[in-house]
Design a protein around this ligand. Sequence first.
Ligand SMILES: C[S@@+](CC[C@H](N)C(=O)[O-])C[C@H]1O[C@@H](n2cnc3c(N)ncnc32)[C@H](O)[C@@H]1O
Length: 354
Amino acid sequence: MDIEAADFKKLRQLQWKIMENVAASALIPLMQIGDELGLFIHLYKTGPASAEEFSKSAGIDGRYGREWLLALSAAGYVTFTSEDDKFSLSAEQAAVFVENDGPALMIGAYNLLAGTIYNTEKIKSVFTSGTGVDWGRFHPCVFQGTAKFFKPSYAVNLVEKWIPNVHGLNEKLTNGASFADVGCGHGISTLMIAEAFPASKVVGFDIHQPSINEAKKLAKKSQLKNVEFVTASAKSYQGEFDVIGFFDCLHDLGDPVGAAKYANKKLRGGGTIMLIEPSASDNPEDNFNTIGQMYYCFSTMACIPASKSQEIGLALGAQAGPAKLFEILKESGFAEIKIAHQNASNMVIEATKP
Ligand SMILES: C[S@@+](CC[C@H](N)C(=O)[O-])C[C@H]1O[C@@H](n2cnc3c(N)ncnc32)[C@H](O)[C@@H]1O
């Protein structure tokens, strides 16, 4: 290796990019601690507050409290005013870190990141063996983080934009249809659909029993009568449906072709399959941006190992791209395959059972 051969300007740019990434990554444990100890909520309630006032109210040591506040102020996550040495959360900071049911919440991303770090040893071992890690063996932060990270996007898009953009779906569900949400996790999307379309019957399926248990708890709390959760794999659930959704899940399956073929069997004639997948181009280079970087990282740490742990182990990856996904649907007997809607982070693919 010869540093003399390096372009100095390019080297400096790369080093600066790494410094930015390192500084951002350094926030992960602080965010996890903040979330677990409820520090954002305390700051929101007590702020503007001195570090001592905040720490006392949060029940934490004052010196740790001050350093945590300063670190997050440096990141722009907390507001600091030097005139009075006080800390607070602006309306925007509260929206992303405190408002648990709000459409702007982003703190779940840090739960997911923390979860992937807890999984490092497990993933490192499959790098060499080439095998997989079952979704259920991941750290619980991954399950909680996935549900929390995706919820605001579902809250803003699912009923308002994604469903209305799938041909005839809004009408179908308004009039009353049966919907299967396969790989539903904690059932956030399932519950949203059930609430928005009371004439429809919605069933959430997932292979991971603890996630289904969590979904059942949320369903009980919601008091919705048209929703049900069942532990079942994507190739074993029972019933006949008008619509089957795979929301950020098809690429996690070992056998997505088998799952799509099974969905085809479980759909009534003219039924709809609806995929929500990360927005991605077929050309990897087009995915080399902030969102693409995040997805490739999550994919390496969760989607690929989860898929490889199952039968076939196709390991599509989170950014398989439309061409590959269309091919799977075509091979599984679907027609009228198209992208129904797309934004910076997700694309919705629809297809019909002829
Ligand atoms: C990334 S999570 C998405 C969860 C949920 N759809 C959401 O959007 O929040 C992927 C889900 O697929 C589930 N899953 C993985 N393999 C499965 C299989 N073979 N059959 C059914 N569910 C599966 C996992 O348990 C997990 O809950």
